[in-house]
Design a protein around this ligand. Structure first.
Ligand code: VG1
Ligand code: CO
Length: 543
């Protein structure tokens, strides 16, 4: 085996964000950029020689090239075997599933998730540990530190490995095993949900649409929804994965999944609509002319979890990211189980799931999942909803209204201001925080400030502390305003404004969220001076 040690020099910007390292494709294409980061990962994780690694990505532009580089570097760094998805494809939850099922040392996932793809789009890479979950901060920080000192990397000189057929080949002393990217995942889904009940519902005339947004879930949706569950061909739309996602923005929300939204708002709308993102870990759930917020979706799943065979024994607990609404907290309280509040990003749920403190986790950013893997899981959420619908024989809308009638409604919205100049965004945050000492007790219309802080989290399992996780302003009635800067963007800064108001009165549950939140939105703008400071009159995206 011809191992080359290639001299390189460190980059200073390889700091992983909320979910791995994300940069423009052109940045990753710069000489040694990808190699340096991969070598930094290998140097930090300390895999014993002969270990097995999982490798795959969401199929975006540069996926194929990067897979070949990483295979050759894995061989040069002493790995014994790499399990790689056919054509280099693995959705994020499928990669997590494969790491766990085969007990591998860890895995590398190539994805910038919902960020646009193509040659002028984004690329990303992250490392997942043996539990199948995103590496915790102590690893990502060590990788970053290593990348700032790295002076060479190791790679074997060898021709590219063919990845289009299932089976094993050799790359130097290492085995490359090409696996079906869908099979293990589909089998896991079948073990969790009542496929017979869902099949019967579909046979009985229930109609659904799943928008794969030309991203990774097309083949997964095709196999599970159309083949195994018998939904008619055409149920999965935009099902062909494309390196540029068909020039779309594979982010399943009301703005970017507009084709599905139009179908679900149309005259002959199906009963159920769903979409997933670039790497298959997000989901959006729609009824006929009805949008389920991700926070409500988590709460509904928690309240109805025992209807799914895989969750029949009940939930150990639930966890949600800080900006996610407290709808799940209300369900947890009623069930008598704990509810944890973590910083944004799936990596903070891993310890809680490993310690069996929680079964379900969710984020307001269209992420829902459970301890079946250690990532959020888009199709899993879709199947959970289908399982609930099949058992309850109610529409999506009816399920949500009945849920609100029982628990009250946590009216919720997120306003994103994308691509802001970084200093303007930082200025808004600093301005908000500067008012914190004087805010508690102050009244704004009907709202009185109860507390405000910069959210920090102490992991209850390993005691690690994460600070600077978002500015919270909490009101006496449970309403909240949160300001947070995104950690996944690659251009300027994205400021997220999260708004939540609790409405116990069922007579008011039909209100439009933006109208119901208008008072809070006004307070948020008065406090932050967001418009004059950024020059933006409107958010880029409202969810
Ligand atoms: C966003 C979401 C966060 C999510 C992360 C990764 O992060 O807010 O909840 O975990 O994306 O999701 P940020 O820092 O931009 O707010 V994905 O689907 O990109 O893996
Ligand atoms: Co994603």
């Amino acid at each position: 085996m011809n191992i080359q040690t290639v001299p390189s020099s460190p980059f200073d910007d390889q700091k992983p964000g909320t979910s791995g390292l994300r940069k423009k494709v052109s940045v990753f294409q710069a000489p040694h950029y990808l190699e340096n980061f991969v070598q930094s990962i290998f140097d930090i994780i300390g895999a014993v020689p002969g270990s097995t690694l999982v490798l795959g990505g969401d199929g975006r532009y540069y996926n194929r090239e990067a897979i070949q580089v990483i295979l050759k570097m894995a061989a040069a760094n002493g790995f014994g075997k790499v399990l790689v998805g056919r054509d280099g494809i693995l959705s994020t939850p499928a990669a997590s599933c494969v790491i766990r099922k085969y007990g591998t040392f860890g895995g590398i996932i190539l994805s910038a998730s919902h960020n646009p793809g193509g040659s002028d789009g984004d690329f990303g890479i992250k490392y997942n540990t043996a539990n199948g979950g995103p590496a915790p901060e102590k690893i990502t920080e060590a990788v970053f530190a290593r990348s700032r000192a790295l002076e060479s990397y190791r790679i074997v000189e060898a021709p590219d490995v063919a990845l289009d057929r299932i089976g094993a080949t050799a790359l130097g002393d290492m085995a490359v095993e090409v696996i079906d990217p869908v099979a293990d995942y589909a089998e896991l889904m079948e073990s969790l949900f009542d496929f017979d009940a869902i099949r019967a519902m579909i046979r009985g005339g229930f109609r659904l649409r799943f928008d794969a947004m030309h991203a990774v879930t097309g083949p997964y949706g095709g196999e599970i929804l159309e083949k195994r569950l018998g939904a008619p061909a055409g149920t999965v739309i935009n099902g062909e994965p494309l390196p540029d996602f068909g020039k779309g923005h594979p982010d399943p929300n009301l703005t970017y999944a507009h084709e599905l939204v139009e179908i679900m708002n149309g005259a002959d709308a199906p009963d159920f609509g769903a979409a997933s993102d670039g790497d298959g870990d997000r989901n959006m759930i729609l009824g006929r002319r009805f949008f389920v917020t991700p926070s409500d979706s988590l709460a509904v799943i928690a309240a109805n979890a025992t209807l799914a065979p895989g969750y029949a024994a009940g939930l150990a607990g639930v966890a949600r990211s800080m900006p996610t609404s407290a709808a799940a907290d209300r369900v947890a309280a009623k069930l008598g189980i704990p509810c944890y509040e973590t910083p944004t990003g799936w990596k903070f749920f891993g310890n809680l799931m490993d310690a069996e403190k929680v079964t379900l986790c969710g984020e307001e950013s269209f992420g829902t999942g459970s301890s079946h893997v250690r990532e959020k899981d888009g199709l899993w959420a879709v199947l959970f909803w289908l399982n609930i619908l099949a058992k309850k024989s109610l529409s999506v809308e009816e399920i949500v209204y009945r849920h609100w009638a029982e628990y009250g409604r946590n009216v919720y919205s997120r306003h994103d201001y994308e691509g802001l100049p970084s200093d303007a965004a930082a200025g808004v945050m600093a301005h908000v925080e500067s008012q914190f000492p004087a805010l508690p007790g102050q009244r704004f219309g009907g709202y009185q400030v109860k507390f405000c802080d910069d959210f920090s989290y102490t992991d209850p399992i390993d005691g690690s502390v994460s600070t600077g996780q978002g500015l919270r302003i909490g009101f006496e009635d449970g309403s909240r305003i949160v300001f947070r800067l995104s950690g996944t963007g690659t251009e300027g800064a994205t400021l997220r404004l999260y708004l939540e108001a609790f409405e116990p009165d069922p007579a008011k549950h039909h209100a439009d969220a933006q109208q119901a939140l208008a008072g809070l939105i006004g307070i948020a703008h008065d406090l932050s001076q967001l418009k004059p400071r950024t020059g933006r009159e409107q958010p880029t995206v409202i969810t």
